[in-house]
Design a protein around this ligand. Sequence first.
Ligand SMILES: *[C@@H]1O[C@H](CO)[C@@H](O)[C@H](O)[C@H]1NC(C)=O
Ligand SMILES: *[C@@H]1O[C@H](CO)[C@@H](O)[C@H](O)[C@H]1NC(C)=O
Ligand SMILES: *[C@@H]1O[C@H](CO)[C@@H](O)[C@H](O)[C@H]1NC(C)=O
Ligand SMILES: *[C@@H]1O[C@H](CO)[C@@H](O)[C@H](O)[C@H]1NC(C)=O
Ligand SMILES: *[C@@H]1O[C@H](CO)[C@@H](O)[C@H](O)[C@H]1NC(C)=O
Length: 211
Amino acid sequence: MILATLCIFLPAVACSAALVNRTIDDLYGDSSTGFIPTYLPPGNAWKNGSTCTICNIYPAYLGHYPATSGGGVAVDISQVFDTTWHDALFHPGQQPPSFIVRFSGQAVYVFNTIANVVAKTTTATNLVFTLDGAAVGYYEHIPDPNGPELIYQVPVYVNESLRDGNHTLVVSAQNTTTQSVILFDYIIYTVVDALVEGTTSACFTDQTSNF
Ligand SMILES: *[C@@H]1O[C@H](CO)[C@@H](O)[C@H](O)[C@H]1NC(C)=O
Ligand SMILES: *[C@@H]1O[C@H](CO)[C@@H](O)[C@H](O)[C@H]1NC(C)=O
Ligand SMILES: *[C@@H]1O[C@H](CO)[C@@H](O)[C@H](O)[C@H]1NC(C)=O
Ligand SMILES: *[C@@H]1O[C@H](CO)[C@@H](O)[C@H](O)[C@H]1NC(C)=O
Ligand SMILES: *[C@@H]1O[C@H](CO)[C@@H](O)[C@H](O)[C@H]1NC(C)=O
């Protein structure tokens, strides 16, 4: 109720504070803060999808090696953000691959490429989302034999009710008994416009909540 009280004492114009979306690309990171995602474990668990010629989910313009393997699917890079993505496979019994992003904001959206049935390729998706140390969500996709081989820019985690401020989000493969894949594309997070940030953010929070 402190927020509601604050709002009453702010001029009406303060309540129109703009919300702005920022993007964290999997490879180029956050152009506003310079932050680049951290990928774990270190080593070769993760691949830059857009330059990977040994990945079964490969960039169309580079082709797939060996081309005769008969498996895999070409990615239309015009349909992924900034033409880049990160690819990792989870193998049961090994450390689940994960990535970490840090941002300050009040909403977050995680976008991945999702795969359906692809010849000779692991395409199940099983993700767990940990925000500021607490598990807050899961995402599972069972490959659909009748669906398109790839679905681009799927929101796999959305949180529009973050406490405004600094957050650490960890996206990890779930430690299951079957193989799965992560095809991370980008993250969007929402900040209160810097020009009006400060007292107005509390006001805006009140304007958009349900009480
Ligand atoms: C930010 O992006 C998300 C996901 O595309 C969208 O739902 C939301 O409306 C956007 N918010 C703003 C303030 O543009
Ligand atoms: C992806 O490419 C970037 C830039 O070339 C490089 O710094 C990074 O190490 C690469 N990541 C992986 C997992 O190969
Ligand atoms: C994954 O699950 C197995 C079986 O429950 C467990 O033995 C193992 O410690 C787990 N590994 C991690 C990294 O959580
Ligand atoms: C959103 O984040 C808050 C913490 O800031 C958490 O309490 C809440 O459960 C999250 N909601 C969703 C849908 O993950
Ligand atoms: C958020 O993190 C930034 C950069 O690490 C720091 O400068 C800032 O003080 C932090 N803000 C809060 C509210 O903790």
